[in-house]
Every structure is written in structure tokens, then in C-alpha cells.
Design a protein around this ligand. Structure first.
Ligand code: GLN
Length: 200
């Protein structure tokens, strides 16, 4: 069983833990860069992206996360986590990690629709549409050639994207009781862990 770390410096990391624990997945909190060596994948949770990015730098996570991503560690960003993974933001802050070839707009839905829920079809998820919870959510404006769109809103704007082992969702699967997106990420982590065992 792979270990899926959760970046636990700000935001709703506990909710991710609860979902993963309910699935029987070991989900340690990652608070220091060296703890990245003990996990097979990482979730960057929702929260406040400017604060998360600031703390990433204060704790020295930036180079470690770049190294891990380059080595093929699966990373999933939800909401603020998506913002942090982006290559570029339409906003002038924070400075994203630049791990995924996506351009992201923060707070894309404005004040009127601060938070909302809607059904989305997510590629690779069997069964009913997924009830997605958006909270001051970002949206993907542009994607690079290696990025595939897993889900879009009715107006066509992408809200779930994947680039190799990197996943980003504008919504919060940790705030619903439907674990299918967590399962999708755990499958990516499991597959990556198995391949690295074979190569070694
Ligand atoms: N609006 C937040 C930001 O820009 C993200 C909101 C969230 O993660 N729920 O950081």
C-alpha cells in the first residue's frame, strides 16, 4: 500500500487525511522537506495559495518539490494546490512552483458565486457525475501540450487536469464523501511506486 503524504502547512489537509484513512491509505502529514523521502506521492490541499506558497519557501520546500516532481513523484493539488502547481498565474502573486504546464486564474468566479456545487463528468471515473465543491475556486485558462483535461464546466473551462503523474483539481474532493478522485490519485501513486520497485 503506497504512502500518500499531505502537505500540512496550511489549509484543509485534515479533510484529505480523513478521506484517505477511510480508504485504508496511510496518509502522513508532511511538514518538513525531508519527510518527502518517506512518501510515494503528495497532496497539496486547498487553503490560501499565497500563504501556502510563502510557507513553502520559508520551510525550504520549493527545491525539494521540484526535485521530487522531476523524479516522477505523483503530486495532486486541490484548489489552492492547483494554483501552487501552475506554471503561470494571471494574478501577480503568489509565485507558483511551475510544475504543471497550466495557466491559472485565482478566484475565477468572483464574489457573487464565491462557492457553489455542480456535477462534472470526470474522465476515468465510472458511475454517476461527480458532485464538485468549488470555494473561491481557480480555473485553468490555458494548457500546454502535455496536459490533458479530465473535467470541464458547462462553459468549457477546465477544472481538472492531468500531466503525467501530476493532477490538479479546481474543486475540493476532500470536502465530499465521494472518494473517487482520491482513488484515481492513489492508483497513480500505486502505479508509480510499483514501477520504481521494478526499476531499482
Ligand atoms: N482563493 C484561494 C486562493 O487563491 C483558493 C481557495 C481554496 O483553496 N479553496 O488561494
Amino acid at each position: 500500500m503506497p504512502r500518500v503524504g499531505i502537505l500540512a502547512i496550511q489549509g484543509d489537509f485534515l479533510e484529505h487525511r480523513t478521506v484517505l484513512s477511510g480508504m485504508g491509505v496511510d496518509a502522513p502529514e508532511v511538514r518538513l522537506p525531508r519527510q518527502l523521502d518517506d512518501v510515494d506521492g503528495l497532496i497539496i490541499p486547498g487553503g490560501e495559495s499565497t500563504t501556502i506558497a510563502q510557507l513553502i519557501d520559508i520551510y525550504g520546500f520549493r527545491p525539494a518539490l521540484k526535485d521530487k516532481a522531476a523524479e516522477g513523484m505523483p503530486i495532486w493539488g486541490t484548489c489552492a494546490g492547483m494554483i501552487v502547481l501552475a506554471s503561470r498565474l494571471t494574478d501577480h502573486r503568489p509565485e507558483p512552483l511551475g510544475l504543471m504546464d497550466i495557466v491559472v486564474t485565482r478566484n475565477a468566479f468572483g464574489r457573487q458565486v464565491d462557492s457553489f456545487e455542480t456535477d462534472v463528468e470526470i474522465a476515468g471515473l465510472a458511475g454517476l457525475p461527480y458532485r464538485a465543491v468549488f470555494i473561491r475556486a481557480p480555473v485553468v485558462e490555458e494548457i500546454g501540450p502535455g496536459v490533458s483535461v479530465l473535467a470541464s464546466l458547462a462553459d468549457g473551462r477546465p477544472v481538472a487536469v492531468r500531466q503525467g503523474r501530476l493532477l490538479a483539481t479546481a474543486f475540493h474532493p476532500e470536502l465530499t464523501d465521494d472518494p473517487r478522485v482520491h482513488r484515481l490519485f492513489v492508483d497513480v501513486v500505486e502505479d508509480a511506486a510499483q514501477r520504481s520497485v521494478k526499476v531499482d
